[in-house]
Design a protein around this ligand. Structure first.
Ligand SMILES: Cc1cc2nc3c(=O)[nH]c(=O)nc-3n(C[C@H](O)[C@H](O)[C@H](O)COP(=O)(O)OP(=O)(O)OC[C@H]3O[C@@H](n4cnc5c(N)ncnc54)[C@H](O)[C@@H]3O)c2cc1C
Ligand SMILES: *[C@@H]1O[C@H](CO)[C@@H](O)[C@H](O)[C@H]1NC(C)=O
Ligand SMILES: *[C@@H]1O[C@H](CO)[C@@H](O)[C@H](O)[C@H]1NC(C)=O
Ligand SMILES: *[C@@H]1O[C@H](CO)[C@@H](O)[C@H](O)[C@H]1NC(C)=O
Length: 505
């Protein structure tokens, strides 16, 4: 199947190029492609940018991807007794179409992810518990919260519906020069404004009860972003979408998408840390003086440098994270000092001390995930049974009452805390992250265009941080770089795209 399509594609493309050489509107004078492009960061943002840049600029451009740690970045696994488990970005929404496309194009497989039965703990008792019976669940939800959970579902669906417009815009090659303009094209002032309102304000205004917000919505925010209802409305909606059904992950680990995209894009991985970027004038082989960017980077103790026509920065720009210096730019490139939220992932193989949450006998506990309310005294954000990245061959029902549990917390758990939470445990590993922005609306997203041919992807995280968001930012930056290189301003920041493309296939 794949081969047939692969063979047909070049001939169609050839035909199209032939037709275009006879005069496609606006396409007549494409400038020669750049020689070299640098991408800084080998996470999902950087590697998907490599993939889209290759698509746009063609096979002759040299693409270097700089990564100072592991390819995958915030997509990483931890090992527990010979099995790998997701330690960073773990679940993907069924409507995350870029991620879906990557998995398909790379020939990877998926696994379904379910959180099992969920309970919510308020620091003293469980305030809500799911039942394995759908009907009983509905009755419980309605009994306690009226029809709010249904309304919440509709609210999220409405936003998601508008959000999905991005795929149509991008498949028609349209790009945006700022995150705000991108959001505006999706959902107008309402979408842009959602970065300026807290989730709490928005949902209160929409008539959701305090009880529902604090008992069901806040615990979801706490698990996904380590924060509370004071985050912006947009990221709040993205976070609530994670309670939909049909969530999935990549078999073998989500990070396989990153290494796969690197290979598919025929990019060159440079395992090094970028220190500085400076614009300089160089004389190319053609003899013309050309403005290029010099990238200075370190591999081990050695310092190197190289020149690029275009640069995409695909890591949060912040002194504690990327620590890249922009030398001698006039005006100077904006410094971003925004804080990132610490989240520690701990994996524990052991038997949960269910009396920590409930006085019920341990064989009657039955929950696989416990979320927590926004309670400052509590040392965990959530705890839940987790499956390995190959969970098809994972023996699910445990015989000895032990499971691998994933705990999110703000700080590293002490041994005493782990012992409180577990009756016994064999093994514990952890990974500390600066996970996502600390959301404090009103939010101003960092610029995408930092300088003439210097682009920044991770500003989109200030709208919402997720794998798909990085992939969307990557596709956008690749299109933006391409159109700006070719002077195609008619493909950037177009108004009325939704109406314009509505009638097209
Ligand atoms: C605990 C946790 C749970 C999450 N859960 C989910 C989830 O369930 N679903 C979801 O969609 N998202 C989730 N996310 C968010 C998701 O993982 C991120 O949004 C996404 O992976 C970000 O990708 P990125 O490529 O933009 O950045 P990163 O993955 O951070 O990539 C940036 C890369 O740049 C490299 N780098 C930095 N500075 C330099 C330098 N100077 N030189 C060279 N290289 C450099 C870094 O080493 C890093 O590899 C989660 C994140 C965390 C931490
Ligand atoms: C949102 O707030 C930012 C920062 O205060 C401001 O610059 C921007 O104009 C506001 N946007 C909207 C749509 O209200
Ligand atoms: C950032 O890099 C500079 C050198 O380029 C170094 O002096 C400084 O300590 C680094 N800062 C952090 C927080 O790593
Ligand atoms: C389990 O948790 C309860 C409640 O916090 C605590 O009293 C008990 O000591 C814990 N059990 C173990 C074995 O740690």
């Amino acid at each position: 199947m794949g081969r047939v399509a692969g063979e047909r594609f070049p001939s169609l493309l050839g035909l199209w190029l032939l037709l275009c050489s006879w005069g496609c509107p606006g396409n007549a004078e494409l400038r020669a492609p750049p020689d070299k492009i640098a991408i800084i960061g080998g996470g999902i943002g950087g590697t998907s940018a490599a993939y889209y840049l290759r698509q746009k600029f063609g096979k002759d451009v040299k693409i270097d991807v700089f990564e100072r740690g592991e390819v995958g970045g915030r997509l990483a696994t931890l090992n527990v007794q010979d099995q790998e488990y997701e330690a960073g970005g773990s679940v993907i929404h069924p409507l995350n179409l870029h991620m879906k496309r990557f998995v398909k194009d790379l020939g990877l497989s998926t696994v379904q992810v379910s959180s099992g039965l969920v309970g919510v703990y308020d620091g003293e008792a469980l305030v809500f518990e799911e039942s394995s019976w759908f009907i009983i669940n509905m009755i419980k939800l309605i009994w306690r919260y009226g029809f709010q959970s249904l309304r919440m579902h509709m609210w999220v669906e409405d936003l998601l519906d508008k959000f999905m417009r991005i795929y149509r815009y991008q498949s028609h090659d349209y790009a945006f020069s700022s995150v705000e303009k991108l959001l505006h094209a999706l959902g107008g002032d309402d979408f842009v404004g959602s970065l300026n309102r807290t989730l709490l304000e928005t949902l209160q205004k929409a008539g959701f009860s305090e009880k529902f917000l604090h008992e069901l919505v806040a615990p979801v925010m706490r698990t996904n972003y380590g924060q509370n209802l004071d985050i912006n409305t947009f990221v709040g909606a993205v976070s609530m979408a994670c309670t939909d059904s049909g969530l999935w992950a990549v078999e073998g680990g989500n990070k396989l998408v990153c290494s796969g995209l690197l290979r598919a894009s025929k990019s060159n991985l440079i395992s090094g840390s970028v220190m500085s970027i400076e614009e300089k004038t160089r004389t190319k082989q053609t003899g013309n003086p050309t403005k290029m960017y010099e990238v200075v980077y370190q591999t081990g103790s050695e310092t190197h440098s190289d020149f690029y026509d275009i640069i995409l920065v695909a890591t949060p720009l912040n002194r504690n994270m990327a620590n890249i210096t922009f030398l001698n730019f006039d005006p100077p490139i904006e410094e971003f000092h925004q804080y990132y939220q610490p989240i520690v992932t701990t994996l524990v193989k052991g038997e949960l001390n269910s009396t920590f949450f409930s006085s019920r006998a341990k064989d009657k506990f039955g929950l696989s995930t416990v979320l927590t309310m926004d309670n400052l005294d509590l040392f965990i954000n959530s705890v839940g049974i987790t499956s390995s990245v190959r969970n098809k061959d994972d023996p699910q029902p445990s015989t000895d009452g032990t499971h691998v549990w994933k705990i999110f917390s703000r700080e590293t758990l002490t041994k005493a805390q782990i012992l409180k939470l577990f009756l016994s445990y064999d093994y514990a590993v952890k990974k500390s992250w600066l996970a996502c922005p600390q959301y404090k609306p009103p939010e101003k997203c960092p610029s995408i265009i930092l300088h003439d041919r210097l682009y920044y992807l991770n500003g989109i995280e200030w709208a919402a941080s997720a794998m798909e968001m990085s992939a969307i930012a990557a596709h956008n930056a690749a299109l933006l770089a391409y159109h700006r290189w070719n002077g195609r301003t008619d493909m950037i920041d177009q108004d009325g795209l939704y109406e314009k493309l509505k009638t097209e296939l």
